[in-house]
Design a protein around this ligand. Structure first.
Ligand SMILES: [Mn+2]
Length: 426
């Protein structure tokens, strides 16, 4: 029996570079710094980042330098960082910043190769544990590979302790992710495909920003640590819900793979964010109400989500302008939602859905209907859907990019004309 300490920290979706033009622009890099401090204080020698370390494949030099400093410090303390690319940090040909960091030896990306409709994954061995990495492809192609069982795990031996670091949106049995937050269309794998994952001692997941399972301590073969900060207003709203509805917080996971299933401990942290909500009903009290809230808030970053209720559009715009000014003046992050708390964006958009969540077109149709209703505009929903499909069309291999672009623009303009001038074009 080998006596390695089979412990590592599991994190994901740090999104360094998110919130670029707001007071939160440093929050994600500071969260990464905070995670490195947790790693060092827990005295673990391996960190696993299950995708989306960066918000984009080419973040600013300033941020890259800061990330490099953190990674260098981890390295000099003997910590190995294993990262798999997420849908945000991959580039078409694989030359993003994450690749650069792996080339200079600051992170280790378990090798992967796409060949003949098969994805070949090779392990990286650290202290007796084999880490495989399943990257998150654009458009969620990794789900196809999983479902069709077209993944080859090289050098796989059931006698080893194998960990799969995967950036993908999976249902975890017993936890209905779409119930927790309806923006996630987590995929339910077939029994067969799911069983194949259970050959791993642990599947370190990323992509879903909400923590699953939510408990402080649990035993599980699969888990999402969730994002420390996130990347948009929905994530900030979820941080509020996490604290107030679920009595928990953002976190990283401390995973002990010496047992099967592994013992997992959530290490909670507020990552410097204080989040609160406020409902405003009139413009005259708004400054007083916001200031009262802000005085009650602590933490480096104050985030306020303001619900305006169903006021008229003119009124909403006025409120928003006032609030933006207040945010600037007091160096806080304010997000204004044109609805009541009960029907806020993440929920109201999807709440009424009785459709199959894997049916993207039905989802889009429902979302369009809801927005058209909310904005009170008169527009042909079918035409909007057509426009979305044209703009979302994938660039076909082998065709000339400018020809493809021209074609898309031409078709989009045609549909836009039909929408704006009610079919007057033809
Ligand atoms: Mn992400």
């Amino acid at each position: 029996m080998r006596c390695w300490v089979l412990l590592f920290i599991h994190t994901a979706d740090i999104h360094v570079g998110a919130f670029p033009h707001s007071v939160l622009r440093e929050a994600c890099i500071e969260a990464f710094k905070r995670i490195s401090e947790i790693v060092l204080s827990e005295n673990v020698k391996t960190v696993v980042i299950a995708g989306d370390l960066f918000e984009s494949s080419r973040p600013s030099y300033e941020l890259v330098v800061k990330v490099v400093r953190i990674l260098k410090e981890l390295k000099s303390n003997g910590v190995r960082v294993i990262a798999t690319p997420g849908s945000h940090d991959v580039t078409f040909k694989g030359y993003g910043t994450l690749t650069l960091l792996s080339e200079v030896g600051l992170v280790t990306i378990p090798p992967f190769e796409e060949k003949d409709l098969t994805l070949i994954l090779k392990p990286v061995e650290v202290d007796g544990v084999k880490f495989y990495g399943l990257p998150g492809f654009k458009g969620g192609k990794e789900i196809e590979y999983l479902e069709r069982k077209r993944i080859v795990y090289r050098d796989f031996s059931e006698n080893d302790i194998n960990v799969l670091v995967a950036h993908t949106s999976l249902e975890i049995p017993g936890y209905n992710i779409t119930d927790i937050s309806k923006k996630y269309s987590a995929i339910k794998l077939s029994k067969d495909a799911y069983r194949a994952l259970l050959n791993f001692r642990y599947v370190a997941l990323g992509h879903i920003h909400f923590p699953v399972p939510i408990e402080l301590e649990f035993k599980s073969t699969l888990a999402y640590p969730g994002a420390p900060i996130g990347r948009d207003a929905n994530d900030i709203i979820e941080t509020f819900k996490l604290r107030n509805t679920f009595n928990s917080d953002r976190r990283v996971l401390l995973v002990d793979v010496s047992t099967s299933p592994p013992k997992v401990k959530a290490l909670l942290d507020d990552f410097g964010l204080d989040v609160d909500i406020l409902t405003v009903d009139s413009i005259s009290n708004i400054i007083r109400d916001v200031m009262l809230k802000l005085n009650d808030m602590h933490g480096k970053y104050k985030c306020l989500i303001v619900y305006t209720g169903r006021v008229s559009f003119d009124q909403f715009e006025k409120l928003r302008k006032h609030l933006n000014e207040l945010a600037r003046k007091h160096n806080v992050w304010i997000h204004v939602v044109h609805s009541t708390v009960e029907e806020d964006d993440t929920l109201s958009l999807l709440e009424g859905f009785k459709v199959d969540l894997s049916n993207i077109e039905a989802l889009e149709r429902e979302a369009i209907r809801s927005i058209v209703r909310k904005l009170g505009i008169s527009v042909d929903e079918e035409k909007l859907l057509k426009l979305i499909n044209i703009l979302g069309r994938e660039y076909p291999e082998g065709s000339k990019k400018y020809e493809f672009d021209e074609e898309v623009v031409e078709e989009a303009v045609k549909v836009l004309n039909e929408i704006l001038f009610k079919g007057g074009g033809e």
